[in-house]
Design a protein around this ligand. Sequence first.
Ligand SMILES: Cc1cc2nc3c(=O)[nH]c(=O)nc-3n(C[C@H](O)[C@H](O)[C@H](O)COP(=O)(O)OP(=O)(O)OC[C@H]3O[C@@H](n4cnc5c(N)ncnc54)[C@H](O)[C@@H]3O)c2cc1C
Length: 469
Amino acid sequence: MSPLPSAEILARFVAIVGERYAVTNPADQEPYLIEQRGLWHGTTPVVLRPGNVGEVAAILKLADATRTAIVPQGGNTGLVGGQTPHHGEIVLSLTRLTGIREVDATSNTMTCEAGVILATAQAAAAEADRLFPLSLGAEGSCTIGGVLSTNAGGTGALAYGVARDLVLGLEVVLADGRVMNVLNKLKKDNTGYDLRHLFIGAEGTLGVITAAVLKLFPRPRSVETAFVAVPSPQHALDLLALVQEATDGALTTFELMARIAVDFSFRHAACRDPLAQTYPWYVLLEVSSTQTDGLRDRLYEALETAYAKHLVVDAVVADSLEQRGELWRVRETIADVQKFEGGSIKHDVSVPIANVPSFIDEASTAAVALIPGCRPCPFGHLGDGNIHFNISQPVGADKAAFLARWHDMNAVVHAVVGRHGGSISAEHGIGVLKRDELTRVKDPVALEVMRSLKRTLDANNILNPGKVV
Ligand SMILES: Cc1cc2nc3c(=O)[nH]c(=O)nc-3n(C[C@H](O)[C@H](O)[C@H](O)COP(=O)(O)OP(=O)(O)OC[C@H]3O[C@@H](n4cnc5c(N)ncnc54)[C@H](O)[C@@H]3O)c2cc1C
């Protein structure tokens, strides 16, 4: 780990951005240091807030020359501790790089700087009558640089892919301060190695993303949303195939939720049960079309067929935007309200889609065998094989004692993931939270290739040291 920078070196960093954009006051630094769930609290001598790519480059050049560790940061919404300065590193906040350099509706591209808030990028696309489909609960505060660096997934991944699939070009400042410009709009570009993919999902360990060319899509003219009760995850899986076929590829969201998960939302958030009776499992599904007519009829037909086949036991289709918002709120509040049920041990995992039902079954059994009375609360992106397998503490148990079993529980659940050929991090990344676990489960040759890439691109280990590898 690099030593803390001297006062003289710090002054040189501050001079690059100017005192106004160098945050040294502890109270003003707090929003950059606290992870939103309170899991980590970092320290830093200064938060640097550069206003352009040249300043980012100058900061990294100086950091490399002085061996000063840097933690890149966007909206500070990451869930694995990657954006936190755990050892007094300088924070490099990209939040002033807010330019939308171009929206090219003909090429279906949009060029955004790293600090553009995801919701702002979505709105800019909509203004040009286009869709930027990446969507997640933190979209009001996470940034383009952050979602690309974590290769975020979210609820639109089923139809449009994850962040990686939505990028054509990148501008990246390398660890030594050089600016790598592969910021092109090309769908076809076979001029050697596709370098953008090295930096997407690298969590700020290989370079600092300063801008990206993003893909845009035709904007849906009609969207239909249904909240559906199903008997089991296997029925949900069969429903997925049925709706995909019956709606001719219009399915854009398919979120599975256990009753306990929605119960938490009904209990702790401003949500109400959209159905009159209670059921063990639910799906929030959405179909979208660029046509204005016919979509609702196709969805109804699909649901009626599913009902006749006993895949669906009850359903409500949103009649208004307001009702659609209410249905979404049930899904979106699940992760947040778990804290009101005491400690929650999290797993963001993926398995082949066909294996999701047996994964949920086996992991739930294993979790309860480890800590009797614990409450598995599975929910997530069934259409992507990605389940947030969170486990709430037994009712009335000691929170600290439960959370002290975090690694034991991870080992048990990740063993089930391994048996199903899955991943221990489907969309949130590795950061510090899963770094040790990664060394246990990743193919050793793949891990060595990752480490040699790190050494090649960041020889002095100044970029987010101690994260990922
Ligand atoms: C309520 C909530 C819901 C969420 N839902 C989802 C979801 O559905 N799907 C999903 O995938 N994730 C989800 N996330 C987590 C997700 O990873 C983040 O919200 C988002 O991707 C991070 O963006 P950010 O700008 O906040 O990045 P930060 O948290 O600031 O940083 C995240 C990582 O990226 C690095 N980084 C940031 N900016 C740059 C840059 N410009 N260049 C290089 N490295 C950089 C940081 O060093 C860090 O390692 C959710 C988080 C919350 C709080």
